[in-house]
Design a protein around this ligand. Structure first.
Ligand SMILES: Cc1cc2nc3c(=O)[nH]c(=O)nc-3n(C[C@H](O)[C@H](O)[C@H](O)COP(=O)(O)O)c2cc1C
Length: 349
């Protein structure tokens, strides 16, 4: 078990500006990972292997994208007991993201609002970090690499950024996530609409086939997942499900943050622009997962994410139709013990 209980660390971190707390924590993990001091936060991984999209996941609990955008803490975060870690979103070129402040806590609602805007160091730095990581994958952990577009790339050219990202991350990923659902990059979510999605997925699937083939016989095919928003109506989810099937995508990640404020109206920071995560997105995400499962039938991989704050919430995601779950905001509010509690609960099912 970890040597430092999160109950001691959290008051200190929550006394800081949220982004500062985030940066300090990641800096510490980056420095101490793979050293004896990793015992400060590490805990044994629950063994509950499951095969999804042809990949053998050591357990069903993963870290959602966006916490480690530059992929510099893969081994240290993996030591919290995750079965899989998704890093990024990475864009082809480095970009600063939106002006600060751009991350807010809503503790009364177990929630965060962020409008970071894909602040990241770009593909080259990202891949250097990914290649430096070793212990998590050596121990069987699954690594997902999440790609997006630069803010400066016009939306009509978005496909180019995704193709650039795919070609760069393909040799290094266990799976690739195509993120078209962040609310913080102008027009990004328009890529979820029928025609735009059809064109994007058509181009990506073709490029992926070429990359798989170029990797040679015996090399693995790299599964590609699409990450979608919770703010979609039934007709939109139906169309997305049909498009996923038509293009033979390997899975779907549901969901990203929400732009709705219905569940947090009146709370401090509720009016901030950005994506709301944590408990208030739980039900909306589950509704999307339930519909996706109904549309896609059993066997189509669904990764459920949004508002998992407890072991029971993880169970509810699986009950809604997910094969695997991811957490982000729950880790901020509950710490690493959530990872183990959720993995144990899913193993016991
Ligand atoms: C601060 C922050 C940054 C995020 N950045 C990304 C990102 O870069 N790419 C992405 O696909 N999702 C990103 N997300 C969304 C999460 O991966 C997740 O889908 C969402 O927060 C819902 O899960 P949660 O309620 O467990 O946080 C971010 C979320 C937060 C809170």
């Amino acid at each position: 078990m970890s040597l430092v209980p999160y109950a001691l660390t959290r008051p200190f971190l929550f006394g800081l500006d949220p982004e500062r707390a985030h940066d300090l924590t990641l800096d510490a993990i980056a420095k101490l990972q793979n050293t004896p001091l990793q015992c400060l936060w590490s805990q044994p991984r629950v063994a509950d292997p499951v095969t999804v999209a042809g990949l053998r996941f050591p357990n069903r609990v993963g870290l959602a994208a966006g916490l480690d955008k530059n992929g510099r803490c893969i081994d240290g975060l993996g030591a919290m007991g995750f079965g899989f870690i998704e890093v990024g979103t990475v864009t082809p070129k480095a970009q600063p993201g939106n002006p600060k402040p751009r991350m807010f806590r809503l503790p009364q609602a177990d929630a965060l609002i962020n409008r970071l805007g894909f602040n990241n160091l770009g593909l080259d730095a990202f891949l250097a970090n990914v290649q430096r990581a070793h212990s998590f994958r050596a121990a069987g952990g699954i690594l997902g690499l999440n790609i997006g577009k630069n803010a400066a790339t016009p939306i009509e050219r978005a496909v180019d950024d995704y193709l650039t990202g795919l070609a760069a991350v393909h040799p290094h990923a266990d799976y690739v996530t195509v993120n078209i659902s962040s609310p913080n990059t102008k027009n990004l979510r328009a890529l979820q609409s029928d025609e735009a999605l059809d064109a994007l997925l058509g181009a990506l699937v073709e490029r992926r086939a070429a990359l798989d083939a170029a990797a040679g016989a015996g090399a693995r095919a790299v599964p590609m997942f699409l990450k979608i928003a919770p703010d979609l109506d039934e007709q939109q989810v139906r169309l997305i499900a049909a498009t996923l099937r038509r293009h033979g995508l390997d899975g779907v990640i549901a969901t990203n943050t929400t732009i709705s404020r219905e569940k947090v109206n009146g709370l401090p920071h509720a009016e901030e622009t950005g994506g709301l995560s944590g408990k208030p997105v739980f039900e909306a995400s589950n509704a999307v997962i339930r519909q996706l499962r109904a549309e896609l039938g059993s066997g189509f991989p669904i990764i459920g994410v949004g508002g998992v704050m407890s072991a029971d919430d993880a169970r509810a995601k699986i009950a809604a139709g997910a094969d695997l779950v991811q957490v982000y905001t729950g880790l901020i509010y509950r710490g690493a013990p959530l990872v183990r509690a959720a993995a144990l609960a899913l193993k016991a099912q």
